[in-house]
Write a protein of this length. Structure first.
Length: 336
């Protein structure tokens, strides 16, 4: 009887140890499953990107082919991917992009990754949707310099395109359907599973002490008032130079510097831009609409002075940059 009781106690103790070990492992390495941790994460200004999208795979594949097709440009030399390379963080890493005939654009190309999460498109927000956005680069004489008549004629001469459009769309190859396919592909370009997303999902040991300190500063100093949500930005307009005149300091003001004013002609919108997403920011230099910040450290320094009104110390800048680097995600399962 005594041996049997000892055996029962031993089994119960082993069971408790196993249960506690499982709970510890779950708390450290699994998505949020505990009420206290879930409540803590619910107060964060940033939310993780979804791990997948629910999009028509046929449209995504067709849109990807169109996105990479230089026939959408007048001289068959420039594709959407020319300025938004998926191997370069969704940009071309140039101050100003190059269009047909080697012409230079007027503004820095924003990343196409996670662009489907932006509340409007372009720095000045002149396009409400990704579909509407497509007309500008395809028709701009400094970019692709084409027309819809020319684009549809080229695509219509391809039996493959005609067959694929007929198989997906009831009315086949049409302007609206070209827009729809490209926009659907662009909506598929989410980059989930960054280290910071994993932290938000409950992997508490995935960030270093310096990275967590950078995130604390990012929140405490007010960066997250503009850079928040799943896209860490991209969901509001803001003046560039809230706490100081950035453009007077930089000099050589161009029309592109007027931002939203170019769309509305409202004086209060001068120098107002769509706040950029900070997702994959370490891969998308140079920074700002004018491409003036070469390094991420330079961009953070400028933001401290002109948006926060507080010059950052080198250690503060370094910590915030370390945090920002944790926002680099994955595309098709591979890190950017």
């Amino acid at each position: 009887m005594k041996n049997w009781l000892h055996g029962l106690i031993l089994v119960l103790l082993v069971g408790m140890v196993i249960m506690l070990a499982w709970q510890y492992r779950s708390r450290q390495h699994s998505p949020i499953e505990f009420p206290a941790l879930a409540a803590e994460m619910s107060n964060e200004p940033i939310t993780p990107l979804p791990l997948s999208t629910d999009l028509d795979s046929g449209k995504v594949a067709l849109g990807e082919q169109l996105f990479n097709d230089p026939r959408l440009s007048h001289d068959n030399t420039i594709s959407c991917a020319s300025c938004h390379s998926l191997s370069l963080g969704g940009t071309d890493r140039l101050v100003h992009s190059l269009g047909i005939g080697g012409q230079t654009g007027l503004i820095n190309a924003p990343t196409v990754f996670n662009s489907g999460l932006n509340f409007v498109q372009f720095w000045d927000g002149r396009a409400a949707t990704l579909e509407e956005q497509i007309d500008a680069p395809t028709h701009d004489p400094l970019e692709m310099g084409s027309t819809w008549d020319e684009i549809l004629e080229k695509l219509g001469s391809s039996p493959d395109y005609v067959s694929r459009f007929n198989g997906i769309y009831a009315d086949g190859l049409q302007r609206a359907n070209v827009r729809d396919a490209i926009a659907t592909f662009e909506r598929s370009l989410i980059t989930p599973n960054s280290r910071f997303d994993r932290y938000l999902r409950g992997e508490r040991d995935v960030l270093s002490g310096e990275e967590l300190e950078g995130y604390r500063l990012f929140k405490d100093y007010g960066c997250s008032s503009c850079h928040q949500g799943a896209n860490v930005g991209g969901n509001l307009f803001q003046k560039f130079g809230v706490m100081g005149d950035y453009f007077a300091s930089r000099g050589k003001i161009t029309k592109a510097d007027f931002g939203r004013f170019n769309v509305t002609n409202i004086e209060a919108d001068r120098h107002v831009f769509r706040v950029p997403s900070l997702r994959n920011i370490a891969q998308t230099a140079p920074y700002f609409h004018d491409g003036s910040a070469v390094r991420l450290e330079d961009a953070v320094t400028v933001m401290g002075v002109y948006q926060l009104g507080r010059p950052l110390t080198p250690s503060e800048t370094d910590a915030i940059v370390k945090f920002l680097r944790t926002l680099s995600g994955e595309y098709k399962g591979k890190g950017l």
